[in-house]
Ligand binder design. Structure first.
Ligand code: NAI
Length: 252
């Protein structure tokens, strides 16, 4: 029970990578505050997380809502030892094809949400320190075509990880990122379903990785738990690729 007595706030906890991370941290003993927009899904995840799980219905891209709701949650559940920023969306399109609203929606959800939450959570972590894990992407390092705003958002959060790590170090707050490759979640499934041949798209994504399969939320959760825990006590400002070797391969 690595995280016994610890409190973890996890965004995007209703689905996919955030859900997997929350369940893993709860299984390892943490009390988890599950943050997301979909009450019913959050309640289901809370069941899986056991008695020390709380649900917080919140749109993390809405700064006013975060400022109003999160301080109350903090007062109720206590300051975080661990924060996992997993809420995210993918707005597809080349830069010239995106509307300003689409660009803003992408950035507000994937990047600015971290700013909103941090304004509340960071001061609460400062006295005792803790660990923040940001879910970035292989797209933090290499671009997908027709995905300009998403790629920009993931580059931004990797840079932000380093900036926050420097500012957190004097307070014992470590900040790291996980960079998943193709992880089979509802989000990625939705992308596959939108392709002309979904089965071929799944095969292509799996075979792109030397380990020749899609990743699972549990694959990512293992790295999140490592970075959040004491085994990573001297690790900050960096990232772990969980991509089955995807970015290690030179295309031939
Ligand atoms: P998902 O769609 O299964 O889960 C994302 C979760 O974030 C959902 O629960 C959704 O409701 C929540 N969310 C979205 N906007 C929100 C908002 N404004 N407020 C509160 N919650 C919000 O997606 P998945 O795949 O689990 O993605 C999670 C993160 O992992 C995202 O940042 C994504 O970019 C990243 N990622 C995913 C990869 C994949 O292959 N699935 C690969 C690399 C990164």
């Amino acid at each position: 029970m690595t995280f016994q007595g610890k409190i973890a706030y996890v965004t995007g906890a209703s689905s996919g990578i955030g859900r997997g991370a929350a369940i893993r941290l709860a299984n390892d003993g943490a009390a988890v505050v599950l943050i997301g927009r979909r009450r019913r899904h959050l309640d289901e995840v809370a069941e899986l997380c056991g008695e020390h799980a709380a649900v917080l219905e919140l749109d993390v891209a809405d700064g006013a809502a975060v400022a109003e709701v999160l301080p109350n949650a903090l007062a109720e559940h206590g300051p975080p030892d661990i924060v996992v920023h997993a809420a995210g969306i993918t707005v597809l399109g080349a830069l010239d094809a995106l509307s300003e609203d689409e660009w803003d929606r992408q950035m507000d959800t994937n990047v600015k949400s971290i700013f909103h939450l941090n304004r509340v959570l960071w001061p609460a972590m400062q006295p005792t320190g803790g660990a923040i894990v940001i879910v970035a992407s292989t797209a933090s390092f290499a671009a997908f075509p027709q995905d300009a705003a998403y790629v920009a958002s993931k580059g931004a959060v990797l840079a932000l990880t380093k900036a926050m790590a420097l500012d957190g170090a004097p307070h014992g707050i470590r900040v790291n990122a996980v960079c998943p490759g193709f992880i089979l979640t509802p989000n990625l499934q939705g992308y596959f379903d939108g392709q002309p041949d979904p089965a071929a798209a799944v095969r292509g994504a799996a075979e792109a990785a030397p380990l020749a399969r899609l990743g699972t939320p549990e694959d990512v959760a293992g790295a999140v738990a490592f970075l959040a825990g004491d085994d990573a006590a001297f690790i900050t400002g960096t990232s772990v690729l969980i991509d089955g070797g995807l970015l290690a391969r030179v295309p031939t």
